[in-house]
Ligand binder design. Structure first.
Ligand code: PGA
Length: 261
């Protein structure tokens, strides 16, 4: 039986934290070549995708589901998450295009598109491992503060803070769409393993609240405390507000050989 928990791994740099996350994914793909991966976009997973590409893993049987997409951006738009994923990962690995799933931001029927996304996840047996970043407000996917902790894939309206955070990709805040389709928090919790990455001091408060604060929709990532198998890979900056950071470091350093990643 798989013994697991919420594991907090603190590394000196983003590169070192990413390298652990990449090893976890590589182990999964070697053990289960037809694994189902949940994937994320944004700055955080860029290093991870670079490392996974360099590992030359076999993606022929892998299926992927991305967390979210902007409403109103077609797949070819440079800031769409379709473009992001193909540019930063899929074009560089041998995944068949038919195995890639990303919500369609141009759908004419958003509820039907969301429902079919959920059905597709179920049809392939659920997500084995979900990669997550975290917003400065604690959002996961685009589940903004006060999202239902039981939510499924649906349309969400971005908060001014998230639109400001993401303006750097669009050149100006005005160009950031207001609406997105995102997997729900309930959808994320159904994944068998959640792998959350965070680097940089700007994420320190969101991480401290998510890991050590109360479970609250004001920090959607805090719901991961209810999940049986979560790995949190942090660079020192993002870990800097954790009260028990020395304990997490000690636990990781003392892991018995059979539990090492
Ligand atoms: P970032 O975004 O990786 O670009 O910091 C994370 C998120 O908003 O989920």
């Amino acid at each position: 039986m798989d013994i697991f928990d919420m594991e907090i791994i603190i590394q000196p740099t983003a590169e070192a934290a990413t390298s652990i996350a990449a090893r976890i994914i590589a182990c999964l793909l070697r053990e289960k070549p037809n694994a189902v991966l949940g994937l994320a976009t944004g700055s955080t997973p860029l290093l991870l995708y670079r490392e996974l590409i360099a590992m030359k893993l076999d993606w022929r049987k892998v299926t992927t589901f991305n967390l979210d997409e902007y409403v109103g951006l077609d797949a070819a738009h440079p800031q769409s998450y379709h473009s992001f994923m193909w540019e930063n990962l899929f074009w560089h690995v041998n995944i068949p295009a038919k195995n890639v799933n990303i919500p369609n931001g141009m759908t004419k029927n958003i509820p039907a598109c969301c429902e079919s996304y959920e059905r597709k996840i179920l049809a392939v047996g659920g997500i084995d491992l979900q990669v997550l970043g975290i917003g400065t407000d604690g959002h996961i996917g685009f589940n903004e503060q006060t999202s239902s902790l039981a939510s499924r894939t649906r349309i969400k309206t971005l908060t001014p803070r998230t639109r400001k955070d993401n303006a750097r990709f669009f050149g100006s805040e005005a160009k950031v769409p207001h609406h997105v389709i995102t997997m729900g928090i309930g959808t994320i919790l159904d994944a068998r393993h959640c792998l959350l990455l965070a680097f940089g001091k700007q994420k320190a408060r969101a991480i401290a609240e998510a890991v050590e604060g109360p479970v609250t929709s004001m920090n959607p990532a805090s719901v991961l405390q209810l999940h049986p198998k979560v790995t949190v890979c942090l660079a020192a900056g993002a870990a800097s507000k954790l009260k028990l950071r020395d304990y997490y470091r000690w636990v990781f350093d003392q892991k018995p050989d059979w539990q090492k990643i």
